[in-house]
Design a protein around this ligand. Sequence first.
Ligand code: HEC
Ligand code: HEC
Length: 402
Amino acid sequence: MKRKTPILLCMLMTVTLFNMMSCSKKDAAAPSKDQPGPSPDGNGGSTSAPHLPTQLYDYVNTINGMPSYIRNFVNSTPEVDNMPKDNAITNAGATLGRVLFYDKQLSVNNTIACASCHLQKNAFSDPVAFSKGFEGKTTRRNSMALVNVRFTAEKAMFWDMRAASLEAQTLMPIQDHIEMGMPSLAELETKLKKVDFYAPLFKAAFGNEDITSDKISKALSQFVRSIVSFNSKYDQGLNNNFANFTPQEKKGLSLFQQKFCGECHNDLGHSGFDQFPTMLIVENSGRNTGFGSNNGLDEKYTDNGIGEITGQAKDQATFKIPTLRNVALTAPYMHDGRFATLDAVLNHYSHGIKPGPNTGVQLHNGPINLTTQEQQDIIAFLNTLTDQSLITDPKYSDPFHS
Ligand code: HEC
Ligand code: HEC
């Protein structure tokens, strides 16, 4: 509720502004006689042009801006970087991707943008168990945080890893009959061609004004790949031997290792036991038989996750292991959002595990019986994974309401 006033104010400011390059405070404060933005078909989406900085934000150099241990890791294991050669991030490409990501006109009735279910303040996840799509129907699974997706080694998107690449993934929600409901990619192209502000953005990004679904997917992928998060208390700790950690946070970190959390929530496929987990990647490090893992949520699963896609016994009820970066911001938890808090998650690992045939070896013996104190210590550690700069960085923010 607290957010209502600023948002309304911003919306007012937005509709009075048309010139897409004008984003100075002065313009925003003064009442403007500018024409309203182009009016696409449909019933009221983002009709005004986005506000973009004259000097584009830097999306390209994100790897250089990362802490050296991450940079070294990526350099020595290049396969963890899923950026394809034919779609390297450019500042103009990711800028177009940002606009598309926040534009409700990508949905059939102009009500839902990618950002409706992937909110910056929640590390690009959604604070509800199931998100609402363009007709108010809810998604089948919990929205996922979009953080360091660029470094998903397995190149497998979604809880069930059904999308082989980010380029393939980005067009899926647009056509999904629950999420955004566009009947076809051809209709999406036709629709965006009628929106004046897109032609120059496509030209800047790809050299010509032609609007194709291939370019839409590429630009969206560039923006999503540019969303990296390596500026948490934990990252700072890796550089100073955790001098910045409280005793409780230190205790939580070592419990996280001792109790094998780090074996699954890690990139152990590429690093040794004695190394600190980077919590960098969300891949099949759970040492399970299949691609993903199972953490013993249910005796009987109603959602078979990866098994539903592959049909293989070893994949039944396994899911992609989610990143724990910014986990304090991404409640509710698990593929179905069943746990509202980290307390509930820790209670599950401590007392609720129901091992099944595909439960990871670390949890085969069932609940790991953490004391209440130990659970709190681990939560204190998980809270160090929050990156405030991610959720406040203007380059990832809504260009229609800025
Ligand atoms: C109506 C809500 C909704 C909308 C709109 C939406 N998403 Fe999602 N997104 C989800 C849900 C739910 C999942 C998990 C789905 C699953 O695993 O079956 C997801 C998963 C993802 C993933 C996979 C992340 C990973 O780590 O595997 C990416 C990437 C993504 N969305 C990007 C986008 C983009 C880009 C758009 C806009 C074109 C978009 N989403 C629109 C709800 C939404
Ligand atoms: C066997 C591998 C494995 C181990 C060990 C493991 N996890 Fe998980 N964890 C998973 C999987 C798989 C999921 C997603 C499960 C699902 O949604 O079906 C998950 C989900 C989570 C989530 C929810 C994240 C989100 O965004 O929804 C948290 C938090 C978490 N684990 C913390 C921990 C902690 C803390 C420990 C140690 C006490 C731990 N995990 C041990 C595999 C593991």
